[in-house]
Design a protein around this ligand. Sequence first.
Ligand code: CU
Length: 186
Amino acid sequence: MFWGGMALTVAMTGLALYAALRRRAGTPRVSANALLVGGGLLLPGAVIAALLLWGMRAGHALLPLPGAAPVFTVEVTARQWQWDARYPQHPTAPSATNRIDIPAGQPVDVHVRTADVIHGFWVPRLGGKIDAIPGRTNVIRLQADAPGVYRGVCAEYCGTGHARMPMEVHAHAPDALAARLAGGTP
Ligand SMILES: [Cu+2]
């Protein structure tokens, strides 16, 4: 999107400069109607259609669709003022506070609940933001493309300790994750 936007900006700036600087003589080489239809309808139509298709594909990948193969699942419970993580597929894994461990390079479903008020689960670099609503379980699908530590925050003001509930998502290679879930390596 960035490079596409840059290309359009450069092209439009070039056209504007050309129009402003060229000598005002002779008949126009392109009719005004052709410019309106091409630049006002066809070009934005094509760009918006391409962005829509791209966005639908990207959005589809974020949906936990029924019937799809099971993915790594984390159950996260928000409370004033911390996050507790459990791993239902790994019942013996140590539970952790303000820390979530996931595999890198594959989708992960995060089931977000709250024990008290509304919180907001948000890991900006992984793109995910979803509210934790009392009485509900909201699911968001995330993917960390590379191992690393991704900071997360509570994105919904939830009381005086709101600013003190940051969390870390640690994305691991498969072996490192298995070791971590088996009992407490970093
Ligand atoms: Cu909160």
